[in-house]
Each structure stands twice: as structure tokens, then as C-alpha cells.
Design a protein around this ligand. Structure first.
Ligand code: F6P
Length: 536
């Protein structure tokens, strides 16, 4: 403990020593390449952060004194790192045959994947027919959180899927199911009900509404609609009780966390949209990062470096968030996906033994695509009072013929990263305004408004090209970074008890809204329930 305290206090001291990020480049022109790493199809530039070699070395000491290497070994060996639920977190086994072999889950994974691929092939080839004998043209995934965000992100990112059209229904809001069903032909639509627990209210309500819509539209009994449903669940029993034939249920397991599950049968919509070969490529991209994570020294271990950088910003610089900005329209959903991965995993206040955490943990993860964000929230990033690290993500090679667009896109990314780092001082701004023809008085007045503090950190992650394997690598990188932070903070990244209370209360309020006032209504809610009721 004393050793840890010593490292933390030296880290905090370091934070006061480095004058600016730019000064680090001044003293080392090779800083850019020196702090840029290549991992498969990803290139990651850590140079635009206010860390000199000593700061990095202290962060690595922190990792060593937390015995991070042992932590990584335990994760990848299938130890029950999810302490509060007594489970392993074996999402890596889903993409790494050697981990699956070592942990004894190969047979389960292979059997489930073979069935998933059979289903996907039947749908893609048109041999899967609905109740009226027509081929399925549209597949709707009904699921929420980890049963939605991953497949939705990948399907959108890999646009140009050549299978049936994919749709995603997650929100309980009836507007969502209404909108989707209005655009579909029931005879050629298949619903995939994805829920690890098969107990999530949103998903079950949407699934029931979808089933009723199918039955009414086709004039068929529910028992005649089996060909229009598939389920993905760790609870086959509940799926069967819901009415899905067991041979239409693709299994997953309690050793896969929802937000880590796109590699399992939860990825069924991906396999349908892209085909088994590209699903395999996604897995291979992730496996490459798993192998790197499990076999590389901490000093060169990229998820470790990313995690430690996050620790620096959270605990040393005291910044409680980071902003993810993909300069790629296909990755619009990435910030949402990372939000669940990071915030549901790390938004905890107690350590693995239930004691208050020694350090603040968990960070706000937010963002949006560039260049759109430049015309919205970038003002805050550049001139707001709070610094916020930005993670820029882009593909080096585009998949469209519009080279000029791509050049401008990347120029914007680099320009923004540089502007955040360099800023513009009051004197520089004043001189520029005079150069632009402003009078000395005008320049004096305008200069403070056009000044940029600079010294704002950012990371650039560039993919060779947005392929399935590069995307797999990118997502695995973020997963492991979350693990690194959880280990240093000594918290459990694989439970999510914080979502329970609101769910329980929503159920109680719903009963009250249906007229069961046997439970006393919350005084703070009574007037709202009366108001809603009066409009019903
Ligand atoms: O409410 C949170 C949560 O449990 C997430 O962790 C999970 O991804 C989501 O709900 C959906 O759960 P399920 O797959 O069991 O329907």
C-alpha cells in the first residue's frame, strides 16, 4: 500500500512538472513516431499527452505494483474475475481458439457458431422461408444494451452487407416498433429476440408486440409463426416459455458479459448481414489484440498503455471524461457502444471486496462523428473551461471513390488535434487580428474571445481501412483497456448492479399506473401519475 501511495504522489508531482504537450515535441522532434505504435491494422499515436518518459515509467510502476500482468493472465485463463457474480469473463475465448481450448469451452462455442452460421446462410441464400412460403428479406434484432449496441455498430460500420436488410429495435418507446413494423412486409420478416437473461422488459414487450403484429397481419395463430423467430439467450428455458422453439434458440453463456457479447451468437445479425466469412474476420481481428494483450510486456502492451493513459487523466489530471470522435460516418454508433462498454463496466464506487475505492474511477465517455462535431461540441473542447482528452479515430484508406472528401476529412482530424494541442495565445491572437486588418482597439476587444488555451490532449487511432478485422481489433482494444483500468482501480468490470434499482422502481410505478395503488405512491411522483392518468 505504501508503495502504491508513493507512486500516486510521484505521479501527481509529475503532473506539475511538464510545462506543456508542445514543449515535449520541442525537446524531442521524434516524439510523434516514438509514441506511435502499430498493432495489426491499427496505428495508435499517444504523443499528444502531457506525459514525459518519467511519467510513463511511473504509470508502468503503478501497473506493476498492482500486478497487472497477473491480472491479465487471470482474465485470459478464465478465472472468476467477476467476483460478485462468481463468473469468468471469457469473451476472449469466443475469438481465440487457444483460450477456448485452455478453458474448456471450445465445444460449446463451435456448436453454437456452426448453428448460427447455418441460420445465417439459410437467410442469406433465401432458403429460409416464412409461414407463407416466401423468403425472408428483413431481419429485425430485438434487444437492448449489449444485446443491441455491438451488432448494430458492426452492421452499420460494415455497410454494404449483401444479405437480408437488418433493423434494430431496442427502445421500449412504442414509436420505435410502430415505425419499424410500418415499413416491413410481415410475410418476409424474421425477428431475432436477443436477450442474455430473456427477462429484460423492453425486449420482451417489443417481442410480444412484434409477434402480435405478425399474427394479425398474416391472419395466423402464434403457433404458425415459428419460422419468423429466432432467439439468442443464455436462458433457453425462458425463451421456450416465451414460445420460441428450442431448435431456434442460439445459446450464449453466463461467462460472456452482455457488453462483451457481440462475438457470441449475439452477433447473429452481423453474420446475417455480412456472412460467416466476414464474421470470422471480425473475430480474427479481435484475436490478434488478445494475443498481443496476453503476450506483450507491459511497456509495449497497447491496451495497457491506453488504460494507463486513462488513469493518468482521471486520477492525476482529475479529468472525469473523454470524448470519442470517429472521423468516419460508418462509425456513428461507436460512441454509444463504447459508452456501455466503459461506463457500465467502470462506473463503480466500491472495490472488489466492497470497500470504497481508493481513487475516483469510471469516466464519462461521450462523442460524435467528425467533422459534424466540429460544428457542435468542439467549441467546448477548444475553449471551454475544462480540458477533455479526445480520441480521434479514422481509416487511412477510404472505401469510396471521393478522394477529395477523404483528404479533407483527414486534414480536419489532424487540424483539430493540432489546434487542441497548440492553442493560440493572447499575443498571437492580437497579432493575427491586426494582420487581418482589425484596428488596435478592435483587436484588443476581440483577442480574448479568439484565444485558445491549447495543451489539450488527444490520441489518434488510424485503421488501415475499415475492414471487419480492423474493427474487431479496435473493439477488442477498448475492451482490454477497460480491464486494465478496472484492475488498477481494483473494481469488478463485469457486473452492473447499478442498473437494478431503477428497473425495480419502474416495475412498481407501472403497477401503480395500472391502478394498483396498494403500494404507497412516492410523494414526489403522485402529481405526475395523476397528470399522466388524466390524459390517458
Ligand atoms: O440493464 C443493463 C443490462 O443488463 C445490460 O448489462 C445488458 O446488456 C442489457 O441490460 C440487456 O440484457 P439482456 O441481454 O439480458 O436482455
Amino acid at each position: 500500500m505504501q508503495e502504491l501511495d508513493r507512486i500516486w504522489s510521484m505521479l501527481r508531482e509529475r503532473n506539475t512538472v511538464v510545462p506543456s504537450i508542445e514543449s515535449l515535441f520541442d525537446s524531442d522532434p521524434q516524439r510523434g513516431p516514438r509514441h506511435t505504435r502499430q498493432l495489426g491494422e491499427l496505428r495508435i499515436d499517444f504523443s499528444r499527452h502531457p506525459l514525459d518518459d518519467q511519467s510513463w515509467s511511473l504509470l508502468l510502476q503503478l501497473a506493476e505494483s498492482r500486478d497487472l500482468t497477473q491480472g491479465i493472465e487471470r482474465l485470459l485463463a478464465g478465472d472468476k474475475v467477476n467476483i460478485s457474480e462468481g463468473r469468468a469473463a471469457l469473451h476472449t475465448a469466443l475469438r481465440s481458439p487457444s483460450i477456448a481450448g485452455r478453458t474448456g469451452v471450445s465445444a460449446d462455442i463451435e456448436a453454437a457458431r456452426a448453428r448460427m452460421y447455418d441460420f445465417a446462410r439459410a437467410l442469406r441464400s433465401g432458403t429460409w422461408q416464412g409461414a407463407t412460403g416466401e423468403s425472408i428479406t428483413d431481419v429485425v434484432n430485438i434487444g437492448i444494451g449489449g444485446s443491441d449496441l455491438g451488432p448494430r455498430l458492426v452492421v452499420q460500420a460494415m455497410s454494404g452487407g449483401d444479405g437480408p436488410r437488418l433493423h434494430f429495435l431496442s427502445n421500449i418507446d412504442g414509436a420505435a416498433v410502430h415505425q419499424i413494423t410500418q415499413s416491413l412486409n410481415p410475410a418476409t420478416t424474421l425477428f431475432c429476440i436477443t436477450s442474455k437473461s430473456f427477462g429484460t422488459r423492453e425486449t420482451l414487450t417489443n417481442a410480444r408486440t412484434a409477434a402480435a403484429w405478425l399474427g394479425e397481419s398474416l391472419g395466423l395463430e402464434q403457433s404458425q409463426l415459428a419460422a419468423h423467430f429466432v432467439a439468442v439467450s443464455a436462458n433457453v428455458q425462458r425463451a421456450a416459455e416465451f414460445g420460441i422453439a428450442p431448435d431456434r434458440v442460439l445459446p450464449m453463456w453466463d461467462w460472456v458479459g452482455g457488453r462483451y457479447s457481440l462475438w457470441s451468437a449475439v452477433g447473429f445479425p452481423i453474420a446475417v448481414a455480412l456472412g460467416p466469412d466476414r464474421f470470422d474476420q471480425l473475430l480474427q481481428g479481435a484475436e490478434l489484440v488478445d494475443v498481443h494483450f496476453g503476450s506483450t510486456e507491459l511497456t509495449d502492451n497497447i491496451p495497457v498503455l491506453m488504460g494507463l493513459l486513462g488513469i493518468w487523466h482521471r486520477n492525476v489530471a482529475g479529468i472525469p471524461g473523454y470524448c470519442v470522435v470517429p472521423y468516419d460516418e460508418r462509425l456513428t454508433r461507436l460512441p454509444n457502444y463504447l459508452q456501455q462498454l466503459d461506463m457500465e463496466s467502470l462506473g463503480k464506487s466500491v472495490d472488489v471486496s466492497g470497500q470504497p475505492l481508493a481513487q475516483p474511477s469510471g469516466t464519462l465517455c461521450w462523442g460524435g462523428t467528425g467533422t459534424d462535431g466540429q460544428h457542435a461540441f468542439f467549441q467546448w473542447l477548444h475553449q471551454g473551461t475544462d480540458p477533455m482528452p479526445v480520441e480521434f479515430i479514422a481509416a487511412r484508406t477510404p472505401d469510396h471513390p471521393h478522394q477529395e472528401h477523404h483528404r479533407q476529412l483527414l486534414a480536419n482530424l489532424f487540424g483539430q488535434a493540432t489546434a487542441l494541442m497548440q492553442g493560440r495565445s493572447l499575443e498571437q491572437t492580437r497579432a493575427k487580428l491586426l494582420d487581418d486588418g482589425k484596428s488596435p482597439q478592435q483587436a484588443e476587444l476581440l483577442a480574448p474571445h479568439s484565444t485558445f488555451p491549447g495543451n489539450r490532449p488527444s490520441t489518434i487511432i488510424m485503421l488501415e481501412r475499415l475492414t471487419a478485422s480492423a474493427l474487431g481489433s479496435l473493439l477488442a482494444l477498448y475492451e482490454h483497456r477497460v480491464f486494465v483500468q478496472s484492475w488498477v482501480w481494483n473494481l469488478n468490470a463485469y457486473d452492473q448492479w447499478g442498473v437494478e434499482l431503477g428497473k425495480t422502481l419502474a416495475n412498481r410505478v407501472e403497477d401503480q399506473m395500472q391502478g394498483d395503488r396498494s403500494q404507497p405512491t412516492e410523494p414526489s411522483l403522485t402529481h405526475w401519475l395523476d397528470y399522466v392518468e388524466s390524459g390517458a
